[in-house]
Design a protein around this ligand. Structure first.
Ligand code: SF4
Ligand code: SF4
Ligand code: SF4
Length: 137
């Protein structure tokens, strides 16, 4: 298992205002594009335009319908991107040290050369899609 640093010089994270998120999925598309087209490995799609599309995403948006006591039903959109948790379970569960928190700024990263693809980090992440998702679209 991998230890978190005892301290970080900064504690950067990601904050999303759910009151203003409209669930447009632009962040999902941008994330997939960035990680597919730049330094990362392809995030594959299967049967993307067919009857049973399946794809891999590092971010996605869940939308929930809520019914207030009075007034019309409302949609709440919940983008599930990595929040770079202070006490990141995806790091402490990693058997190889591939998943780590950067001391300089607190950002959580994966060193691809040390990753064995065991998937433990994905199971440990409370935001599961933040780390690794295969889903039916
Ligand atoms: S889905 Fe993503 S890009 Fe769209 S409004 Fe919400 S946070 Fe912003
Ligand atoms: S991958 Fe999940 S557990 Fe790890 S820092 Fe991001 S949100 Fe937190
Ligand atoms: S999949 Fe890779 S980064 Fe995730 S826990 Fe396993 S070795 Fe660590």
């Amino acid at each position: 298992m991998t230890s978190l640093p005892t301290h970080t010089e900064k504690s950067l994270g990601l904050v999303i205002d759910l009151d203003t998120c409209v669930g447009c999925h632009a962040c999902v598309t941008a994330c997939k594009g960035w990680n597919t087209e730049n330094y990362g490995a392809p995030l594959a799609d299967t049967d993307a335009y067919g009857a049973n599309p399946v794809g891999s995403f590092l971010n996605r948006v869940h939308s929930f319908e809520v019914q207030p006591d009075s007034g019309p039903a409302q949609l709440i959109h919940f983008p599930k991107s990595c929040l770079h948790c202070a006490d990141a379970p995806c790091v402490t569960v990693c058997p190889t040290g591939a998943s780590y928190k950067r001391v300089e700024d607190g950002i959580v990263l994966v060193n691809e050369t040390d990753c064995i693809g065991c998937g433990l980090c994905a199971w440990a992440c409370p935001m599961v899609p933040a780390r690794w998702t295969r889903r039916k679209a």
